[in-house]
Design a protein around this ligand. Structure first.
Ligand code: KIV
Length: 305
């Protein structure tokens, strides 16, 4: 019987930090792996309390929390700031930082330097990079530098323009084979795990027979070893319906808007603040305060002298 701690699937004080071997063990045992994105301290705390296995500081944060129109503009420094905030709210799940567009493609040296910043400055346990092609060499370099690296194939939003927009990938035999080549190349390059995004369930299922490292799916059917969703999608903190593969578990944007609207209404109607929301002062202290405030000469400007 294995003595390795199981991947924690429920929250609890006894949870140990998730390590790479536990993910491989979960795959072997067929235990589903749960990953969610997070971008700040409270979303990290929610992920921690919910007992997920991995947290990804995705470059989707460019859109969900920074308001950019795509993932392309987010800078490395912005991603590091988000990742460091997540680190402060997270103890147990494995923390993965997403390398943003333009921070790793130029050379293996650039990729290693960027990955090191995620580990040293933001406290990430691992990094993720997108695509096959040149990314395979970058993944190999990062892994050889001793930093765990996750690959990402199928729809890779950083290169959505080149892939024909935010559309499912691998829907022809030729394109599915390209996804397969990328996935296998990334595994051989030393990735500890892969993300399959927006590929047909049948393609994903066929690929699972060939991949030995844990695969986390998003819009890739149920055959993968785990699932990931974007925090703002699953909690409904974003406008619109989102992609076909999103399941919403809450409507927090509505709840947030409603709360702020009620606050505004209360202030305008004089219903807030009420006595319970205010501080008191000892009556004698207050009397003294008034006496000094009004002063012999009167005039509050005397207080400035
Ligand atoms: O940036 C991100 O949120 C991602 C997930 C969709 C896996 O890469």
């Amino acid at each position: 019987m294995s003595t390795m701690p199981k991947v924690p699937t429920t929250p609890g004080a006894d949870r140990l930090p998730v390590r790479l071997p536990q993910l491989a063990e979960a795959k072997r045992l067929g235990e589903p792996i749960v990953m969610v994105t997070a971008y700040d301290y409270p979303s990290a705390q929610a992920a921690e309390a919910a007992g997920v296995d991995l947290v990804l500081v995705g470059d989707s944060g460019a859109m969900t929390v920074l308001g950019y129109p795509s993932t392309v503009p987010v800078s490395l420094d912005e991603m590091l700031m988000l990742a460091a905030a997540v680190r402060r709210g997270l103890h147990t799940p494995l923390l993965v930082g997403d390398l943003p567009f333009g921070s790793y493609e130029a050379s293996d040296e650039q990729a290693i330097a960027t990955a090191q910043r995620f580990v040293k400055e933001a406290g990430c346990d691992a990094v993720k990079l997108k695509g096959g092609g040149g990314s395979v060499s970058r993944a190999h370099a990062i892994a050889r530098a001793g930093i765990p690296v996750m690959g990402h194939v199928g729809l890779t939003p950083q290169t959505a323009t080149a892939l024909g927009g935010y559309k499912a990938q691998g829907r022809t035999a030729e394109r599915a084979l390209q996804v397969a080549r990328d996935a296998v190349a990334l595994e051989h390059a030393g990735c500890f795990s892969l993300v399959f995004e927006a590929i047909p369930a049948a393609v994903s299922e066929a690929l699972m027979e060939r991949i030995e490292i844990p695969v986390i799916g998003i819009g890739a059917g149920s055959a993968t070893d785990g699932q990931v969703l974007v925090f703002h999608d699953l909690l409904g903190i974003r406008e619109g319906h989102g992609a076909r593969f999103v399941k919403r578990y809450a409507d927090l944007l509505d709840a947030m808007t409603d709360g702020v609207r009620q606050f505004a209404d209360d202030v305008r109607a004089g219903r807030f603040p009420q006595h319970d929301h205010t501080y008191s002062i000892d009556p004698d202290e207050f009397a003294e305060f008034r006496r000094q405030l009004e002063g012999a000469h009167g005039g509050v400007y005397d207080l400035l002298s």
